[in-house]
Ligand binder design. Sequence first.
Ligand SMILES: [Zn+2]
Ligand SMILES: [Zn+2]
Length: 205
Amino acid sequence: MPTTESKKQMTDDLKRCMEFHGHICPGLVYGYRVAKEAMRLMDLGRAVDEEVVAICENDSCAIDALQVLLGTVAGKGNLIIKDFGKNAYTVLNRSGRQAYRFFRTTNYEYRGEAKADYDRLEAAMSAGTASAADRQNLKRLKVDDLLARPFGDIFTTAEIPFVEPLYAQLDRSEPCACCGEMTMAAKMVRLSDGRQACIPCSQKG
Ligand SMILES: [Zn+2]
Ligand SMILES: [Zn+2]
């Protein structure tokens, strides 16, 4: 059983995710559960630099919980989004040279009381009689269920070989030959006349 202290910690962490994301939703809770599990397995804190790297296989709400808790954030080069539309996440720890992938292989199934509530709300949804409160309750039901479940009920965890991810690219900037705006050299495209242009200018033809 979690102690009162760890329960409080859970609540505070989730609250911080909600504040960043703007609302609570099942997607955010998926990310929250993954981040907490990765922190537990690899004894991670929030990354100051790029010591923790997350690879997210979707671009959903879940990513925001990883940004808040793991410090794997969009601007630091340690959040890699591969939008495969999969509820799957890999978290790498450079110092421990460890990597875990979390993924799902089954449809979400409610059990017991939650199942009865779900069936009733779903029936109202498909009959077109669901109220705004019903729709809200359906979302809330999944959030509560996701928070209450043992992690292994939701995600399969696999330790995978650690492959050192590249560090964020640092590069000089040069002016684009067409628009004159400073552009990271590695991101420029060579035009047929040999001049270097930014990507949007190169696509104007
Ligand atoms: Zn959301
Ligand atoms: Zn340009």
